[in-house]
Design a protein around this ligand. Sequence first.
Ligand SMILES: [Zn+2]
Length: 402
Amino acid sequence: MSRDAERPCPVCGALAGEPLHERKFVLPDGHPLARGYTVVTCGICGAAYATPLPDQSAYDRFYRDDSKYADAATGTGSGAQAWDDQRLEETARALAAFAPEKSTHIVDVGCGAGGLLRWLAKLGYTNLTGIDPAPACADATSAIPGVRGITGSLFALPTVEPAGLIVLSHVLEHVRDVSAAVDGLKTITRSGGRVYAEVPNAAQYAEFLVAPFLDFNTEHINHFSVGTLKRLFASRGWKIVSCGSKAIASSPTAKYPCAWVLAELPLPGEAVEEMPADRSLRMALSRYVSASHSLLARVIARCEELGIASKEIIVWGTGQTTAILLAETPLGGARVRAFTDSNPMHYGRTVSGAPVVPPDALRAWPNIPIVIGSLLHGAEIAGSISARGLVNPVIRLDPGAQ
Ligand SMILES: [Zn+2]
C-alpha cells in the first residue's frame, strides 16, 4: 500500500468521496501526520472523512510516541482540569446506566491517563481495564487504585477477560482504518457484550464553532453524525441498542457537540437491522465551512490591524489551532523567534525553522511580544503567562479579545 493513497469511506468502504474542503497545516518538523488533506463526504452513505492520508502505522506511531494525552496537566482525559473532570464524571454516570452490575468488566480503549476509569472506580466498579498506545498513559492508568492499565491499541489489542462493556470515548474520529478497528473489538468481548462509542458530532460543528476549521485537524480524520455512527456499527454486525447527542465541556467556557451509540454483539443467528445513509451531514458541514471562513476573515483582519506579519514575535502554542493559523493567516509570515507550549511534547523540535522551547526560556526575550496561538484557550493562556512572571507584551488573536 502506497503512502497517502485515496482512502475508502470509513463507514461503508466505498471510494465515492465528494470533495468538501481542502485543509493545510504547518506542523512541527518530523511530525508524522498529514500536512494537508481533503475533507470529503461519501456519495453512498453520507459519512465525512479526510483523504488521502498516511497509513494507519503513522497514526499508531503518533499515538504511541507523541501522545499529548500523556501529559496529565494539559492533555484532555486525565481530569486534571475541573471542566474536563466534570465531563468525565458525567460520562461515567451515563455509562453506569448501561452496565448496572458493578462487577461488569469495563474496558476503556484509548483511555489516555485514565480519568474516566477513575470515575468508574469511584462509582463502585470493581473490574476495570484501560488500554492506551502511549506507555505513559497505561502507567498513569495503572496507578489508579482498582484499575489495570495495559499498553495496546485497537490494532494490537491485548488478551483480556471478555468485556461486558467496551468504551471508545473520543477514539474513532482518530482512527484511519475504522472498519478493521470495529471488527477487532469482537476479540475482547462476546455475544451480549456492549460497546459505547462517543465521537464529536459533525452534524453540529457549525453551532459550536470556536476556531476556524479546528474540527478538521490533524488528528480528527473521521466526522460522524449519530446516523453514520449507527450505520458503522450496524454494518460491522453490531445491534444498535441506543444512541444520542450531547454537549460536553471543551474549556472552562466552551462546549463541544458529541454523538454516541450503544451497540451490542448479537447472539449467533440474531438479525441486525441495517441503518440508512445520512443525507444531511454534507449540508451541515457546508454550513460549518462557511462559518469558519467568516471567522477566519475576522482573525486575519485582527492580524493585519496588529501588524503581525512585520513583527518579531514568540508564538504560544504548537497545537491544532496554531497549525491552522500558521497556514491561513498573516501569523505564518511573521518572524517567529521561538514557539513555546505548556505541553513538553514538542520541546527540542522546530516549527518552520524556529525552535520550540519551554516557557521559562522566554525570560531571555522579555521585550518580544507573545502571540497566543489558540482562540479557545486565549484567556487561560494569558493568565498562565502572567502567573509565570513573564513580562512580555501579550497579543490575543481571538476576535473580541482586548
Ligand atoms: Zn460511505
